[in-house]
Design a protein around this ligand. Structure first.
Ligand SMILES: Cc1cc2nc3c(=O)[nH]c(=O)nc-3n(C[C@H](O)[C@H](O)[C@H](O)COP(=O)(O)OP(=O)(O)OC[C@H]3O[C@@H](n4cnc5c(N)ncnc54)[C@H](O)[C@@H]3O)c2cc1C
Length: 522
């Protein structure tokens, strides 16, 4: 059932077994797992079914560290959460992302990737993407097509899958039909009361912007309010004048990280007719259907280990070459790919570059040549090192509900830059060694972040997972250390951020958490 909290009689006390805060990717995934179970679930969502500025303003805050994205645009506060405008790029974290690393501090998850594999498999279904198989050769990319700098040992081609699931619209109907699941829209979790010693949540107070207050008394509570808001709610909760919930060791809000996004420079190919046209994006027809995917360049684990490097995702764009775009457009037209609206645009690209396309076709047939490139733009998304000085904390300003706003103090360590430089220099060296071309990179050559550098929307780490309460906010089951019945779902629990997009891992962890909670409740 989906209800409007603004019509709940003030003072009401709801008493479900499970209370989930936030209906984004994490919260909706968790709630769906309880459909058909004997447990009554309340899912509280701050927003309604659509964007509303007054509600979005509850996300306002300040940035006092490195320039950070506007807090009201890098996340969305309504049913479906930030997936209402995500890009849908999905891939699991790499096995190395879970491992402790000799020279990279604070690395290591409490479990390995194989442990999470069964939930990753199920997460693929939730995100409605293809099979749990990310081997490029299974996605129509033949190793023979891959130019040598990108076929090992230091760089390799990888693929990711693209989901078109916006969790709100896609799963609303299923939640509406579930009788023991009550979704409350316009319901803002406000304060967890966990008694004098903060040992277990007794009740959660909830507020609407229309002025209604009510209470939820559940056996178990799960915070799934997003990477920053999870920390905010822990910090504002607990006994009056205290440090917040789960914050005995001053860890809540610390280790805040994102992915670092910037231009890695431009590759000038060694020969004017150099080709670089293995399938880089599109719909792969296989595995019993059509599945969108995108390829990118990554570092093999052995390379990262040997050279003490963090993870990085490298993608590319074709610069100055309308023929490349026209040939790709022609391929899409011939294969009947892509959304219908693109057909006319694709056709006009082909017609506008007929001469170039014909030249390409002739050379392909006669000499087996691929699409000529003039230059490749290199785009990087690199891993940020976990850093206790990078943090979110409570400011003195309050939002319209009276909750203290968040302050983001996003900080990097010198190694974030020096390791990015090391990877780009390695890329440059490998491209040169293979006779592929030359990399011109302001970061690698001059050692400064390019002007387009920013920290992206993948907010991670602020309630990090660690078995030891002195090193993490939640334990390996995502339970807040020291609080018997409070759990956290979402990327705030990631101890390290890797370089891959986080949502498939968020969904896998939410499925794992749901399995655990059912055992706790049984
Ligand atoms: C432009 C953009 C593109 C992106 N592209 C990708 C991508 O391609 N691939 C990828 O993996 N990730 C991507 N992401 C990130 C992705 O959107 C997030 O990782 C994902 O949505 C996080 O899920 P979540 O459930 O933890 O949080 P959210 O989706 O943010 O959901 C949190 C929910 O909690 C609710 N809430 C907040 N506070 C309260 C409260 N006090 N009480 C009740 N409810 C509350 C919010 O309204 C919201 O519905 C992108 C993000 C952006 C902004």
């Amino acid at each position: 059932m989906i209800m409007d909290a603004r019509s709940v009689p003030p003072g009401t006390v709801l008493e479900p077994e499970v209370c989930i805060v936030g209906a984004g990717a994490a919260g909706i995934t968790l709630a769906r797992e309880f459909i058909g179970s004997p447990f009554r679930v309340v899912l509280l969502e701050s927003g309604g079914m659509h964007y509303d500025q007054r509600t979005e303003d509850l996300y306002e805050g300040q940035s006092v560290g490195r320039p950070f994205e506007d807090l009201t645009t890098c996340r969305l506060r309504y049913f479906g959460g930030t997936t209402n405008h995500w890009g849908g790029w999905c891939l699991p974290y790499d096995a190395i992302d879970f491992e402790p690393r000799d020279t990279l501090p604070y690395h290591g998850w409490p479990f390995s990737k194989p442990h999470l594999d069964p939930w990753y498999r199920r997460a693929q279904k939730v995100c409605r993407i293809g099979p749990y198989d990310y081997r490029p050769s299974h996605w129509g990319i033949s190793p023979k097509e891959i130019p040598s700098p990108f076929s090992g040992p230091d760089f390799e081609v990888r693929i990711l899958q693209v989901s078109s699931v916006q969790f709100g619209p896609v799963y609303a109907e299923e939640l509406r039909r579930a009788p023991q699941l009550h979704v409350y829209l316009h319901a803002n979790a406000f304060h967890f009361d966990a008694g004098e010693n903060n040992a277990a949540v007794r009740e959660l107070s909830v507020k609407t912007l229309s002025g209604i207050d009510f209470t939820v008394r559940a056996r178990l509570y799960i915070l799934a309010a997003g990477g920053i808001e999870n920390a905010r709610l822990l910090l504002t909760s607990g006994k009056q004048g205290g440090k917040g919930l789960g914050n005995a060791h001053d860890l809540v809000g610390r280790f805040f990280m994102v992915h670092l996004v910037y231009s890695g420079g431009v590759i000038a190919p060694a020969h004017p007719r150099m080709t670089f046209d293995f399938r880089s994006e599109g719909d792969y027809t296989g595995f019993g259907g059509k599945h969108p995917f995108v390829s990118f360049i990554g570092l093999p684990a052995a390379s990262m280990r040997r050279r003490h490097l963090p993870n990085m995702m490298i993608s590319w764009g074709y610069k100055f070459s309308p023929v490349v775009h026209a040939v790709n457009a022609l391929k899409r037209v011939l294969e009947g790919e892509g959304p219908g609206g693109r057909l006319m645009a694709d056709l006009s690209k082909v017609v506008g570059n007929l001469e170039g396309v014909a030249d390409f076709a002739a050379r392909k047939v006669l000499f087996g040549e691929g699409i000529p490139i003039e230059a490749l733009e290199v785009h990087c998304a690199s891993e940020q090192e976990p850093n206790p000085q990078s943090r979110v904390f409570l400011g003195s300003k309050r939002d319209r509900l009276g909750m203290r706003e968040i302050v983001v103090d996003w900080q990097l360590v010198p190694e974030d830059k020096s390791k990015a430089i090391a990877i780009l220099r390695l890329l440059g060296a490998e491209i040169g060694r293979a006779g592929f071309g030359r990399l011109h990179s302001s970061l690698a050559n001059e050692g400064r972040w390019p002007s387009d550098f920013y920290g992206n929307e993948h907010q991670m780490g602020a309630t990090r997972m660690h078995r030891d309460p002195k090193q993490g906010v939640v334990d390996e089951n995502c339970r807040v250390h020291g609080v018997a019945n409070l759990y956290v779902a979402g990327s705030s629990v990631f101890p390290t951020g890797g370089a891959n997009n986080p949502t498939l891992t968020i969904v896998a962890l939410a499925l794992r958490l749901a399995d655990h909670l059912k055992k706790v409740l049984a």
